[in-house]
Design a protein. Structure first.
Length: 83
């Protein structure tokens, strides 16, 4: 609900603060966990997603280091990473 006024009243400020809190909470809530995660606002990614990507990246590097110089099909890489 909006109203036009030349004077800002206390209730206007209280409503603006309430709206900011609700918007911040909605933007910072990780949809996977339902928890508030400020990384969602600062980076656009949740901490859980970032950690999962880092773990996947590390696993892939380890797998490639083990197989250095040997070919490997994408399906085999995928199966190895899922184990």
């Amino acid at each position: 609900k909006m109203r036009l006024s030349m004077v800002v009243e206390r209730k206007d400020v209280e409503e603006a603060v309430r709206l900011m809190k609700v918007a911040t909470q909605a933007a910072a809530t990780d949809p996977r966990t339902g928890r508030i995660d400020m990384d969602m606002i600062t980076t656009g990614r949740s901490t859980a997603n970032r950690e999962m990507e880092e773990a996947l990246n590390l696993s892939l590097k380890e797998l490639l280091a083990e197989r250095r110089g040997k070919r490997m099909a994408v399906g085999d890489v995928r199966r190895q990473l899922l184990e």
